[in-house]
Structures are given as structure tokens and as C-alpha cells.
Ligand binder design. Structure first.
Ligand code: CAA
Length: 270
């Protein structure tokens, strides 16, 4: 998701610095941006010149120190609260008092991430949807401390990037995943109980409710590990047994069948 976010920012003329743990991960990120830009130019929705200029605006960096001059940071690491808190603590130290620190988290409390910093009024949730270059929505979530100024700046950036904004309270899963991930979890229960085959569950939802992908294929696309961790956040945070993760979803993740990125999830990918 970080690559997609970097791509749309650079396409709109912003200077972008992508930070990741290793040169190898950064190479993979740049590769995925090149591939996505190529798809867009082939389709005619982006000129070759704009794509080349966008690539020229992206720099890469393996140290968080490199972000010290950033005006706006969008964190998009794995959905793990401890890791995110750690990164926010470091960002707090290396960035200026004016820098906005946004998290692309899909479910973790913005208030908690803000509390890990000395400037929680400048911390906000800015949740993009996958694939970032194509999906219209950005979900904004304000923590307890987030200032109105930070919210307006973030909304302005999202709109500048061509996105529509939906605003959520800082609650587990915010709006989109609070609705979407239990639907996916329910599809796993249907599969586990043999209510229908994976193909029929997906076909039913695709053709019956006009969704571009059925819930099980979408789960493979999002990553079953991500779906499971969001389900756990909903279960822990809301305390209602209706959010209990489906044992089959847990079992696929335990087996390493985490979806498209692993070559296998509910479906097989070659
Ligand atoms: N960059 C640029 N172009 C891309 C792209 C990318 N990353 N991915 C797909 N495309 C383009 C393709 O080139 C293709 O273009 P043409 O129509 O000109 O051929 C077009 O998009 C359609 O792609 P595909 O033919 O490969 O496949 P598709 O028709 O199934 O569309 C999809 C792919 C856009 C992903 C569509 O299936 C879809 O909208 N799926 C639902 C996605 C969704 O629900 N996302 C939200 C997930 S939830 C989330 O992100 C939140 C979270 O926290 C978990």
C-alpha cells in the first residue's frame, strides 16, 4: 500500500521519499510502482511524460532519520500495534513540530499511536484502499488529540490526490473494515460449514450484490493475515462474540496460505 500511496503523491507532483527496512524491499516497491504506472499509461489514463516525471520525484531511504525534512509522513507498515507505536516514537524524535504524522492503519487506535508521540495533535488516521491508484476512497480517523488543523490539512491532501473522504470516529476497524471484514469472516464460516463452495460464495456475492470480487477472492487480495489481524482487533476492541475470527481463516493463516502474495490462499495463484 505504501508503494501505491507514494505513486499517487508523485503523480500529482509531490516530492516523495519512500522509507523501508532494506534496499531489497525498496527495489520491490519501485518495481511495483513502475508496473502500475505502465498499466495506467497503456490504458491511456496517464501520459508517459507524467509517469516518467512521477518516477523522477521518488527517492528511497532505509533510515527513518532520512524523513527529518518531511512535511507529511504516511506510515504504512504491518498491522501490528507495537511496531507502529515504535515507529511513531522514532518519527516524533526525527521530524519537526510542524510535520503531520498520518497512519494508513486499517484498524489500530489513532489515539494510542498519538499517545506514543509528544505531538499527538498532529497524528491522524489516513486509510487508503487497495489498489491505491484505482480506489476512490480515503478514510480519515481523528484520535482524541487530533487537531482540527491536522484534520483539514489531511483532508486537503486526500482531495488533492483525487480521493473522496469518509470520516470515522477512532473506533476499531473504523468504518470500512468494521463492515467489510466481518463479511469476509462470515464467508469463511460459510465455507467451513460447507454452506457452499468458495466459487459459489464468491459468485453469489459478485453477481448478487454487484461487487467486483467475491469476499473470499477479496480476502486473498487483501491478505488473509491482514483480515485475521483486523478481525482480532474488532473482537478485542468491541468485545462482542459476533466478531470472533473464523477458525478456518485462522487455520489458513497458520498454514501460511495468506493469499495472492503467498501464491495460495482460498484460491491457488501461479
Ligand atoms: N495499478 C494500476 N492499474 C491497475 C492496478 C494497479 N495497482 N490494478 C489493476 N489495475 C487496472 C488493470 O490494468 C485493469 O485495467 P483495464 O481495465 O484497462 O484492463 C483494471 O485495473 C482492472 O484490472 P484487472 O483486469 O486486473 O482486474 P479486475 O477487473 O478484477 O479489477 C480491481 C481489479 C480494481 C482490484 C477490482 O477487482 C476491484 O475493485 N476489486 C475490489 C477491490 C477492493 O474492494 N479494494 C478494497 C480492499 S479493502 C482495503 O483496501 C482496506 C483494508 O484495510 C483491508
Amino acid at each position: 500500500m505504501g508503494s501505491g500511496i507514494a505513486q499517487i503523491c508523485a503523480t500529482k507532483g509531490l516530492d516523495v521519499l519512500i522509507n523501508d527496512r532494506s534496499a531489497d524491499l525498496l527495489d520491490r516497491s519501485m518495481q511495483s510502482i513502475r508496473k502500475s504506472l505502465q498499466r495506467l499509461t497503456q490504458k491511456g489514463s496517464l501520459s508517459k511524460e507524467t509517469a516518467d516525471e512521477a518516477l523522477g520525484r521518488i527517492r528511497t531511504e532505509t533510515s527513518l532519520e532520512g524523513l527529518r525534512h518531511a512535511d507529511f509522513v504516511i506510515e504504512a507498515v504491518v498491522e501490528d500495534e507495537a511496531i507502529k507505536r515504535n515507529i511513531f516514537q522514532t518519527l516524533d524524535k526525527v521530524t519537526s513540530v510542524h510535520t503531520i504524522l498520518a497512519s494508513n492503519t486499517s484498524s489500530i487506535s489513532i489515539t494510542k499511536l498519538g499517545a506514543a508521540t509528544s505531538k499527538p495533535h498532529r497524528v491522524i488516521g489516513m486509510h487508503f484502499m487497495n489498489p491505491v491508484p484505482l480506489m476512490k476512497l480515503v478514510e480519515l480517523a481523528r484520535g482524541q488529540h487530533t487537531s482540527g488543523q491536522t484534520f483539514e490539512a489531511c483532508k486537503g491532501l486526500a482531495e488533492f490526490l483525487g480521493k473522496d473522504v469518509a470520516t470515522s470516529q477512532d473506533r476499531p476497524g473504523f468504518l470500512v473494515n468494521r463492515v467489510l471484514i466481518p463479511m469476509i469472516n462470515e464467508a469463511f464460516f460459510c465455507l467451513m460449514e460447507g454452506v457452499g463452495s468458495a466459487e459459489d460464495i464468491d459468485k453469489g456475492m459478485r453477481l448478487g450484490t454487484n461487487q467486483p470480487m467475491g469476499p473470499l477472492r477479496l480476502a486473498d487480495f487483501i491478505g488473509l493475515d491482514t483480515c485475521l489481524s483486523i478481525m482480532k482487533v474488532l473482537h478485542n476492541g468491541l468485545g462482542d462474540s459476533k466478531y470472533r475470527p473464523c477458525p478456518l481463516l485462522q487455520s489458513y493463516v497458520d498454514a501460511g496460505w495468506v493469499g495472492q502474495k503467498a501464491g495460495k490462499g482460498v484460491y491457488q495463484y501461479d
